[in-house]
Design a protein around this ligand. Sequence first.
Ligand SMILES: *Cc1c(COP(=O)(O)O)cnc(C)c1O
Length: 361
Amino acid sequence: MERVYNFSAGPSVLPLPVLEKAQKELVNYGDAGMSVMEMSHRSPAYDDIHNTAVALVQEVMGVPEGYSVMFLQGGASTQFAMIPLNLMTKYGSADYIDTGSWSTKAIKEAKRYGTVNVIASSKDETFNHIPEIPPVNPDADYCYMVSNNTIYGTRIAPDRLPQTGDVPLVADMSSNILSEVYDVGKFGLVFAGAQKNMGIAGVATVIIRDDLIGEAQECAPTMLRYSTHVEKNSLFNTPPCFSIYITKLVLEWVKEQGGVPGVQKINEYKAGLLYDYLDDTDFYQPTVANPKDRSLMNLTFVPKDPDLTKPFVTEAASKGMVNLKGHRSVGGIRASIYNGMPVEGVKTLLTFMQDFEARNK
Ligand SMILES: *Cc1c(COP(=O)(O)O)cnc(C)c1O
């Protein structure tokens, strides 16, 4: 079977050159005589991969001085606990912006460790927009947001970040990191599970402003303290070496595309192709009405006749476009078009959507 166009929300499509490079280096990395999967994490060969990956995060994301980069395990979900355990230390309280299932999960977890104020939510309209964000509480240890809502297809665009003053802004960027330019300097902490836009499952990247590392809550286990990992350059224990290696390859690929600004241009073009059509036709309806709230990565829409959802997904799959079914909690159709999805894949989907409309109108 040929490679398909994989519109999965995560784990998701990787740039083909990344897979090919990994394949070439799989059995024997450089002149190490072994695979990255077999290497000691204390070996010079791995050390080079690790430090290159850290340096590439700094370079490609424009991480300012005074921030540290970590590669951690436990996925993005472990950050739901690590953030309050490490940051809810002065006032024991934080503000959360509730824009979907992932923020809801983070809120639930944070409540174990302190007071959570949900200052804005779009829950009553099934998260189909980004809510108005009021000023934060001055005695919040941080303000938490999700930059891209994978399930609902909304995003808080780089120019619409909440203004939090001295309160550190924390962002879950799992599903749109490296997709468009966010100014890391505006955040106290940014994190992302790699398996959507930055690599494969097994590693989460965390970028933290150094003054926030500090002392964690007394109960925090050693492995859940940022200080543990920053002090050891993410080598306190065995890191997920192969996942970090793939992240390095992805970052090298992003650089070759003109960095994040280059990738952003392509992403705006890809998303524009589909949104323009969705706004034009009344056969389908985009689920996010306000263009400013729309995700560039996860595009959600429904056929006007909901009974056509299933045939749409099935027919698309038979034509090599897979995983277009919306998340089980919302239904409809979701096309996840991460960095690794080629323009050709989006054009193929667009043609199919037009054809499907013509045949089912
Ligand atoms: C997928 C996802 C997560 C969960 O990631 P895991 O690595 O599976 O824990 C968290 N936040 C967002 C925005 C996601 O898309």
